[in-house]
Design a protein around this ligand. Structure first.
Ligand SMILES: [Zn+2]
Length: 312
């Protein structure tokens, strides 16, 4: 597997995630044996793509040229700073790779001879800030090569063509090939919807701080915690095993991505409401009851007056 490393080569502690603009290392080298360094956002996305590629194609990605690499003249400076990496997924059709990477938030193009050797050139899309795409890297706080964002991060303003604009415009990101709609290969219907969510990735990597114990949880206390979180009751927020079981069950059974910490935080409350509505409730009550806990197959972990109400 590929777990992101700090610049010192240590595994990242995802319970204290680095800022997405901090530098980090990819745990493997390029196909040429060079270190792969980038912002944590860039490297984390490579890790996410690598894990997803293993699931989808049975093989991970191979990085051919890393960010912060100045040795390839044909790249015209696009790799001089953060974000751009060249890669391929061995054994997969080139256009399939391009389509799949685009669908996964990697702004990229299949490059081929005679201009280049076969590879996929691209970058992790930055979060969108406002409506001007050439500002997105600058507003994120990373520096990229001038043809990547038109020079916005290097010079403060756009001075030349930009690959990020070309990608959003379905163009090629190559000299004299910036015509809107000229790249007829597949693009996501809504490109913005594919942008990598670094915070969610960090949460998914965090280790549970809640430790399950083989004891029954008091449902009344758990319900009070949900009511306090929803602003329906005053009281102290506490950590309980019961909430931890519910968070864990929502992650496993309802596909959520909650931090399992035993505390009814806003994400837990929102996930609970969503689950209630999905399973036929109104979402208005927002407290776990025996019926809903049975649906999550964790009713047996709870005791308390309400846990003994008839179910059904
Ligand atoms: Zn490249």
């Amino acid at each position: 597997m590929s777990e992101m490393l700090t610049v010192d080569g240590k595994p990242v502690d995802w319970n204290k995630p680095p800022k997405q603009t901090d530098l980090a290392l990819w745990p493997r080298t390029t196909s040429g044996g060079k270190q792969v360094k980038g912002s944590a956002r860039t490297i984390a996305h490579l890790c996410a793509i690598d894990a997803a590629a293993r699931k989808k194609f049975g093989t991970g990605i191979v990085v051919i040229q890393a960010p912060f690499n100045t040795t390839v003249p044909a790249s015209a400076g696009t790799h001089d700073h953060d974000a751009c990496a060249d890669m391929h997924i061995p054994g997969v059709n080139w256009r399939t790779q391009e389509k799949w990477l685009r669908a996964n938030g990697y702004a990229c193009w299949y490059r081929f001879p005679p201009l280049f050797g076969h590879h996929i050139h691209g970058f992790t899309l930055p979060p969108q800030s406002g409506v001007v795409r050439t500002d997105d890297f600058r507003d994120l706080g990373v520096t990229v090569g001038k043809y990547v964002d038109g020079g916005s991060t290097l010079f403060g303003v756009q001075t030349t063509s930009s690959q990020i604009t070309d990608y959003y415009h379905h163009a090629f990101g190559l000299k004299n090939q910036h015509g809107e709609g000229t790249d007829e290969a597949w693009h996501p219907p809504v490109i913005g919807a594919t942008i990598f969510d670094y915070a969610a990735f960090a949460r998914s990597k965090a280790k549970p701080v809640w430790k399950p114990k083989d004891v029954k949880s008091n449902l009344a206390i758990v319900q009070q915690q949900f009511q306090i979180a929803a602003g329906l009751r005053k009281g102290k927020r506490i950590r309980t095993n019961g909430v931890g079981w519910i968070q864990n069950a929502l992650n496993v059974k309802a596909g959520t991505n909650l931090v399992v910490n035993g505390i009814v935080d806003s994400a837990t409350l929102a996930a609970w409401k969503k689950f209630e509505i999905k399973t036929g409730g109104t979402g208005a009550k927002s407290t776990p009851d025996p019926r809903s806990l049975k649906k999550l197959q964790i009713a047996f972990r709870f005791v308390g007056p309400e846990a003994h109400l008839p179910v059904g």
